[in-house]
Write a protein that binds this ligand. Structure first.
Ligand SMILES: [Cu+2]
Length: 211
């Protein structure tokens, strides 16, 4: 009797798993990124980002425009490393030192920290890298990268214990203005990385998408 019950339970579990897998096959998140620091950047950067999951494959696509031509643009999702808070894109109120510029460090109270980089190897979680996309002469670029979702989840869990990817709690930032941009010394950056590299130029919240 016990054996039969187990068999029935297993069959039900299998059905449930199959259903979950079918549902996950078309899961997609989208973010519409709006400009930040446009006066400093000299152009209004915007982008559409999608994260699509099919089986174990996560495909990240970002199409950007209005970004500084010939400049490599760091791009990541940012989030909170503790708790279950939802990140928000900064408003003018984030400029706590009043220099007229929302720098990377000033985005942290509302958006959290840099988590997953969108360059040639997102699973590495290496923030400093030279394989982020570079905008063409027209200020646009298109980025596409596919990774193993399981591998990214593993790396993410190691880097941020207790956190899951939870895309719908995260925001995507684009960064980077030309090296000759006149930035005041009050503009903060990450470690030794020059401020013009990490200056946020666009942000958008990730939300579940229908298609
Ligand atoms: Cu970032």
């Amino acid at each position: 009797m016990t054996i039969r019950m187990t068999a029935v339970t297993s069959a039900l579990a299998l059905i449930a798993l199959t259903g979950a897998a079918a549902q996950a096959a078309d899961t997609q998140w989208r973010a519409e990124l709006k400009p930040l620091n446009a006066a400093t950047a000299g152009s209004e950067a915007s982008a559409t980002a999608t994260l699509g999951v099919s089986g174990d494959t996560l495909t990240i696509r970002i199409e950007a425009s209005g970004t500084a031509p010939g400049v490599m643009h760091l791009q990541h999702f940012h989030g909170f490393t503790t708790g279950d808070g939802t990140s928000a894109c900064p408003t003018g109120a984030a400029d706590t030192n009043g220099d007229g510029i929302i720098d990377l460090i000033e985005t942290e109270p509302g958006a959290g920290i840099t988590m997953v980089p969108f360059h040639a190897n997102p699973v590495s979680l290496a923030i400093v890298a030279d394989s982020y996309p570079t905008a063409g002469a027209d200020g646009t670029y298109a980025y596409e990268q596919s990774v193993s979702l399981a591998a990214l989840e593993d790396a993410f869990g190691d880097a941020f214990p207790g956190q899951n990817l939870d895309f719908d709690r995260r925001v995507i930032f684009l960064h980077g203005v030309p090296a000759d941009t006149d930035l005041p010394n009050s503009v903060q950056s990450l470690g030794d990385v020059p401020a013009h590299v990490t200056l946020p130029i666009a942000c958008g919240t990730l939300d579940p998408a229908a298609d």
